[in-house]
Design a protein around this ligand. Structure first.
Ligand SMILES: [Zn+2]
Length: 460
């Protein structure tokens, strides 16, 4: 498939898609309704006013049959060209923006695909000023960006601007890039050094890296912002305002998003393998995807020497508060709130209903990690669980379910964890006392102060 994108007018992308039909008759064309990292319908089609369809010079009629699906009747086997515009003003890490200063595109927003063509190789030409620079994990061959499949194409954000910061290094047999739009005061030696330590540590911790290149893409913007989205070969992070110190937020976000290379891009919940962007996909394992990544993302900062023990305890306390202060008495379990991501996973929800799969999920990961470490005197940890998940599911390109994660954790623990799962994952009771008792064994006191709220202290 061949795509071309240009901007003739501020905020608008002009897009063409050309493909060779395989059969005569009805061909359905779809636009994704959701994107990687956010399991919620976003209906990108609302930004696409109309599609025109051509075969040779002849215009062919195309009808809209669903909010994000169009249909045309193919009467001859000859290339079909689709032309449309896309309104690109979504200024977050999963959106697209086209203006005089930058061209920032998440192709999942705006590239339509004939149904059944998701595994076809794609070529993409993008018009932007000659003196601009670009950044993306897509491969560039003679001014054309190429992707092995449509799936890879829409999992690869793109940035172009007059000036893009770029730094590259090698680790674990892969080429890494830090690239971004923003002031040089953000892309400091300290930031580069932190990213390098985080990458080196995570690669060694997992024992293998499933990719050959990885891009940390940034847009440091003028407005207050904190948002990151994971992809297989990159992450897109939007952070602002540009005059604040972004360092602390960036290292935390980068560490989280990079671990998603394993924990979602490779080790994938069964319902999401492959991503089916045209439909809602429920999965009750979202707490494993986001909870384990939230817990480990922060822990990697300490383990790799980027932050110290005290800074880590502060981060951990911050995450614990986000659960205990807000969702402590919520009625849903983690698996129920995972299913409801599509309903109310990201904005506000009915009081007392939902738990955050990120923050309560992180507490489960912490609890599991500490239980394993305590039983084996530190000789085993959640590391073995994630390595085994990678060996049995990630590397085999086999999707996992809740029961698989439970089984692998129990194999590592060398005993059943039925009670733990029932209370921490499948139940909705308050976890403060169970967590405090595990932490106490490690010499950490978790308590509630009537005026100061939740407190985390090393017992001296
Ligand atoms: Zn995440």
């Amino acid at each position: 498939m061949k795509y071309s994108i240009s901007t003739v007018q501020e905020n608008w992308l002009q897009i063409e898609c050309e493909f060779q039909p395989k059969n005569l008759g009805s061909i359905k064309i779809g636009l994704p309704i959701w994107r990687p990292g956010r399991y919620q319908v976003q209906n990108f089609a609302k930004n696409l006013p109309e599609i025109k369809s051509y075969q040779g010079d002849k215009q062919v009629s195309i009808d809209k049959i669903e909010s994000s699906v169009w249909e045309l009747n193919c009467t001859e086997i000859a290339p079909i060209k689709l032309k449309y515009t896309y309104f690109a003003i979504q200024r977050d890490a999963g959106g697209s923006v086209a203006n005089e200063e930058m061209l920032y595109i998440n192709f999942v927003n705006c590239l339509i695909c004939p149904q059944g063509f998701e595994n076809q190789a794609c070529e993409l030409s993008i018009k932007f000023p000659r003196d601009w620079q670009s950044a993306t994990s897509l491969t560039l061959k003679k001014d054309i960006f190429v992707a092995r499949t449509y799936r890879e194409l829409v999992d690869s954000p793109f940035l172009a601007a007059a000036q893009i910061f770029s730094y590259s290094w090698k680790e674990a047999g892969a080429q890494f890039f830090i690239q971004g739009i923003g002031p040089s005061t953000v892309f400091t030696g300290q930031l580069i050094d932190a990213y390098k330590k985080i990458v080196a540590f995570q690669c060694a911790w997992m024992g293998e890296l499933p990719i050959k290149k990885y891009h940390f893409l940034h847009w440091i913007c003028l407005e207050p912002f904190y948002h990151g989205v994971e992809h297989t070969q990159s992450t897109m992070m939007v952070m602002g305002p540009e005059d604040r110190a972004c360092y602390d937020d960036l290292i935390g976000l980068a560490s989280h998003e990079f671990f998603h290379v394993w924990n979602i891009a490779t080790i994938r919940p069964k319902p999401l393998l492959p991503y089916r962007y045209g439909e809602i996909t429920y999965f009750e394992t979202a707490w494993i995807v986001e909870g384990v990544t939230t817990y480990l993302g922060d822990w990697f900062l300490k383990a790799s020497g980027v932050i110290n023990d005290e800074e880590y305890l502060n981060l951990l306390l911050g995450n614990l508060k986000l659960h205990f202060d807000r969702d402590r008495h919520a009625v849903q379990s983690l698996t129920e709130s995972s299913m409801d991501l599509w309903l109310d996973g990201y904005g506000s929800s009915t009081p007392g209903k939902r738990v955050s799969i990120y923050f309560k999920g992180a507490i489960v990961a912490l609890g599991l990690d500490l239980l394993i470490q305590q039983k084996f005197g530190g000789a085993k940890s959640i590391r073995e669980v994630m390595q085994q998940m990678n060996a049995h599911f990630g590397n085999l390109k086999k999707g996992y379910e809740t029961i698989d994660f439970f089984r692998i954790a129990e194999e590592v623990y060398e005993a059943p964890l039925t009670e733990f799962w029932n209370v921490w994952v499948l139940g909705s009771e308050d976890l403060l006392d169970p967590l405090a008792s595990i932490l106490r064994n490690l010499g950490i006191d978790l308590s509630e102060d009537p005026t100061l709220g939740l407190q985390l202290k090393k017992i001296s």
